[in-house]
Design a protein around this ligand. Structure first.
Ligand code: GTR
Length: 332
């Protein structure tokens, strides 16, 4: 175990023991502890709360969800470890922090894999999505459902990114995933992995010159205040995932597990409605704030990131997944 592994393990165990002391046992107390890096009101948070209401109603008050929003139990990577150790029951997380743990989660993050939101939703609702959810299980997590995350696009403190050349010399914050590191490198930028919660300060202090995210995250983090140049490259449309600790899951009855799966499934249309409204509202707020916006031609970006696919799609199972997803594109 490296020093970094040991440190984050200790941080994870520390935070987990706080959680365990604060709540009651998920097995007997029926309150499932859920985390999200986003604050209350964000579509992913509200969708999981809705799932909690369903759970409560259908279990006659026996099961419920206690939500810890806003990353209070740690940044995504740490919270994921705590979930695997059973200190957190439900975790709504981006796919990127899962990339180093579950290779299949890399596939939806391949740049320009999805042609539209419709394409992403069809693939994740279908067999490819199920395969990715199932792939989490050997790693101590139960994949329950996917939520939308829109299109990730570049924004900077310096200038609009209208062509890949505009990224040259810029330090771009990326999530902790080699896929994102290589993607930004292929486009000519300097990738800088950093936790989500540190990006605002990073942009402000110039540790990074830019980052990439969807409209709602760009707005809710207020990154637009410090990096007011947004270029809608929509280079990654990977969804979010709601997963559960296998430790908690294995301690539950088959009926309760089925109920949890069902309630998670029913939270998807709620999340999508909230998401679509949030994208519109965020975009309007950002435009009104005076941020400069570009809608660049994706072709030169696509050409440069294609070799990244070959580097990361390494097994026959991953190649099949890519082919199946591409075959589901309603535009083709
Ligand atoms: C957001 C995502 C978060 C987090 C963040 C990031 O779009 O919803 O879970 O992963 O991006 O860039 O770290």
């Amino acid at each position: 175990m490296t020093a970094i592994d040991r440190r984050s393990l200790l941080r994870g165990i520390g935070a987990a023991s706080v959680v365990l002391a604060a709540g009651c046992s998920p097995v007997n107390g029926q309150l499932l502890r859920a985390v999200d890096t986003h604050p209350d009101g964000y579509p992913t948070v509200e969708a999981v709360k809705y799932m909690g209401q369903l759970l409560r109603k259908r279990s006659g008050g026996r099961l419920g969800i206690e939500h810890y929003a806003g990353g209070v139990l740690g940044q995504e990577r740490d919270a994921l470890e705590i979930t695997i150790f059973g200190g957190i029951d439900l975790n709504r997380v981006s796919l990127a922090p899962l990339n180093p743990i579950v290779p299949e989660t890399v596939v939806p993050g391949l740049p320009f894999l999805f042609s539209s939101t419709q394409h992403m939703r069809a693939a994740m609702d279908g067999e490819p999505g199920q395969q990715i959810l199932d792939a989490l299980e050997p790693h101590g997590l139960i994949g329950l459902c996917f939520y939308d995350s829109g299109g990730r696009s570049f924004y900077t403190t310096k200038r609009l990114i209208e062509r890949p050349e505009d990224l040259r010399g810029l330090k771009i914050r990326v999530q902790s995933s080699d896929l994102f590191v290589e993607m930004v490198r292929a486009l000519g930028g300097n990738p800088t992995p950093m936790d989500f919660g540190e990006v605002y300060q990073g942009l402000m202090q110039g540790t990074v010159d830019g980052a990439e995210n969807n409209w709602p995250s760009y707005e809710s983090t207020r990154h637009f205040e410090v990096a007011p140049f947004y270029s809608a490259t929509r280079h990654v449309m990977a969804p979010e995932v709601l997963c559960m600790s296998a430790i908690t899951w294995n301690a539950m009855s088959a009926d309760d597990r089925a109920l949890i799966r069902q309630c998670a499934k029913e939270s998807i249309p709620v999340m999508r409605r909230l998401w679509d409204a949030k994208v519109e509202q965020s975009q309007a707020a950002i435009i009104a704030s005076g941020v400069r916006i570009a809608d660049p031609d994706p072709a030169p970006f696509q050409a440069l990131v294609r070799p990244v696919w070959d580097r990361f799609v390494t097994t026959p199972a991953m190649r099949r997944l890519v082919a199946d997803i591409r075959a589901m594109d309603p535009a083709s």
